[in-house]
Design a protein around this ligand. Structure first.
Ligand code: C5P
Length: 414
């Protein structure tokens, strides 16, 4: 997919070590046919020279707010109007703070304030600065105002520490920018997603659960927002930030997740069940902490409701998609599951293999639907999620060319 052809991208570079990656980003953007103008803060110029960016972008680099010559050529307001999207990469903690305050004390901050184009930031900083509550608050504020926050990635840092704070690689930033212009595949559609594990209480301090990290469901929620959907995420207990633009409600156990989904499924156009719902729960939850007096302990378990199958069986069921995590006979099990649960689409993946499935950043999926199948080879879950949302949008459109059961229902009762 390339939606960047002829797009006008304003790339803001602020003063961090990762500024060198901006050079590669400019080159790749131009390869994809985008027109790029670069704006650098004073601090950015200590890390990479405007001359490099000028050579790569084929345009004069903008650095000063109060430069009469530059203003005469293309003034800051003109530049703010010219662009189709602004990306600040890398965005330092200081720049994010200034952006959150709405300051206009240099050219880049002023442009961010003056433009009506979508604005994205790709933070890069020391991991302690990233986790500092001041930075977290600034980012939350920016996200609420509709600023897209892309990354950071985790890993080794230039300062010698390891953790979150690395600038996303140019390829990932290109994908995100591309996604901005590909918006609309699910414009206005209501998407309901379950994610993460459930916790089934044994007593007040213990529970049964599983290794699901929730990463796939959260990545799908983010990708659905990018595609223009209104997204509600019913999440089990996970340690993930809510993607910007997503409404999140928390569910602890399978019964509460089931109830939260039942309340919302009637208004959804698409339901995606990624949660690893516990199949069983303890029949009795002890009111006091169980003691270890006996040598053995028997727990009696009872079946939990199948949340996905229940939604798929609703009279005006939304488009339903489920996951099938398998350790053997992937294709046969997945096909059977699709039919047994009455699903429009099932995505099967191997679990148990190192680096894939539960709690991993990567995954590979085999998709099955009525009369079709497709393989999505191993890739980061964020990228897979975007591809999957594209496929869901296509199948959904094919199934409901005239609108969803919900739309038709609304028209009938109007
Ligand atoms: O039956 P199995 O657990 O393999 O099916 C997996 C699919 O069904 C996943 O999409 C999962 O989110 C969904 N599911 C559910 N409620 C359950 C069990 C599974 O929604 N109780």
């Amino acid at each position: 997919m390339n939606c960047l052809t002829s797009k006008r991208i304003l790339l803001g570079i602020t003063g961090g070590v990762a500024a060198y990656k901006a050079a590669e980003l400019v080159r790749r953007l131009r390869e994809r046919g985008a027109e790029v103008r670069v704006v650098m803060t004073q601090a950015a110029q200590a890390f990479i020279t405007p001359l490099t960016l000028q050579a790569l972008s084929g345009q004069r680099v903008h650095t000063d707010l109060l430069d009469p010559e530059a203003e005469a050529a293309m003034g800051h307001i003109e530049l703010a109007r010219w662009t189709d999207a602004v990306l600040v990469a890398p965005a330092t903690a200081d720049f994010l703070a200034r952006l959150a305050q709405g300051r206009a004390d240099d050219l880049l901050a002023t442009l961010c304030l003056a433009t009506r184009a979508p604005l994205a930031v790709a933070p890069a900083m020391n991991q302690a600065m990233w986790t500092n509550p001041a930075t977290r608050d600034n980012l939350a504020l920016l996200a609420r105002r509709g600023v897209r926050v892309w990354g950071p990635a985790e890993g080794a840092q230039a300062c010698g520490e390891t953790g979150p704070g690395r600038l996303l690689e140019p390829e990932a930033l290109l994908d995100r920018l591309d996604g901005l212009f590909a918006d609309g595949a699910l414009a206005g559609r209501r998407v309901l997603i379950t994610a993460g594990p459930t916790r089934e209480a044994i007593d007040p301090v213990r529970f049964l659960s599983n290794r699901s990290s929730g990463k796939m469901g959260y990545a799908l929620a983010a990708a659905a927002v990018e595609a223009g959907a209104l997204v509600t995420l019913v999440s089990g207990p996970v340690a993930l930030d809510c993607p910007p633009g997503v409404t999140r409600v928390w569910a602890e156990d399978a019964l509460s997740m089931h109830a939260l989904v039942q309340e919302r499924a009637g208004q959804a156009d698409i339901f995606i069940a990624t949660a690893a719902v516990a199949d069983y729960r303890p029949r009795q939850v002890a009111t006091a902490k169980l003691k270890k007096d006996a040598a053995t302990l028997n727990l009696e378990l009872e079946r939990n409701p199948d949340i996905l199958a229940a939604v798929a069986a609703m009279p005006n069921a939304p488009f339903c998609m489920g996951f099938a995590a398998e350790t053997d006979n992937l294709v046969a099990h997945a096909r059977k599951k699709r039919l047994a649960k009455g699903l429009d689409l099932v995505a099967a993946n191997w679990v148990g293999a190192p680096g894939q499935g539960f709690d991993s950043d990567d995954n590979a999926l085999e998709l099955f639907w009525e009369g079709g199948q497709e393989s999505l080879p191993e890739a980061p879950k964020t990228r897979l999620a975007r591809e999957l949302i594209g496929i869901i949008a296509r199948l959904y459109q094919e199934k409901y060319p005239q609108g969803t059961p919900q739309d038709l229902h609304a028209q009938d009762s109007a």
